[in-house]
Design a binder for this molecule. Sequence first.
Ligand code: SAM
Length: 260
Amino acid sequence: MSEPDRSHGRKSIRASLKPRALDGESPDLAGVWRADVITLFPDVFPGVLGASLTGKGLKDGKWQLHTHDLRPYGEGKHRNVDDTPAGGGAGMVMRADVLGRAISEVLRHRPPCPIIYMSPRGKPLTQTRTQVLADGPGPVILCGRFEGIDQRVIDHFKIEEVSIGDYVLSGGELAAQVMLDAAVRLIPGVLGNEISTENESFSNGLLEHPHYTRPPVWEDLKIPAVLMSGHHGKVAEWQKQQSEALTQERRPDLWEAFGD
Ligand code: SAM
């Protein structure tokens, strides 16, 4: 007599710890911009990327996302991925051997592509970097947790570190979604033809001008008369002036670079 099934539909621990076959669950869409994300929290993807136009682009195969659970690559019975820092100190560091196995496995399925570690120590993400990312084959992204990752992984795989700002997040997952959102919306066809990214903030080195829509008066506040004039030349001149004034006031760094 066979043993009664007491799993209640749950996967066995061993099955759930098996590295997910990359070309099994989500087949590669050949030639389509691809992001591979290595994370301890694969369930938080696609997250916000699954909404609106980036989500539609994902469904329609305009770009592809493959998330890889780091846990099955861990050490020992408990699949440990972190350990105490060499030299002492607080917190834990993600292990080089564990990360190395995961990265090597993911790279087996990728032609040469950028490998990016989301990191507050990285170069700040810019629109220019984002455009280069969108123009390429798509990155492999490493999401850190704890105190971060063993430096040898960064050195060995020649990983680029990218920061989304001068503050510290609990993990790289949000940062990865920020970077991916910024890149994916630049892939042709993702936003649709009706939305232009050409005149957006940063694309020409300036912040964008303010926007208005109906109703023409709200809380006694009117839409600037020039925008209601129907005079395209004057509207364009007003938008340019606003854009320059805003940049000068809020981002003297951008304004200085714009003048060079
Ligand atoms: N000990 C690190 C430091 O002081 O630079 C911070 C580690 S943080 C708590 C954990 C992870 O969050 C990092 O490994 C990184 O992947 C991610 N992270 C935190 N802040 C980030 C930022 N500003 N940009 C990109 N990733 C960030």
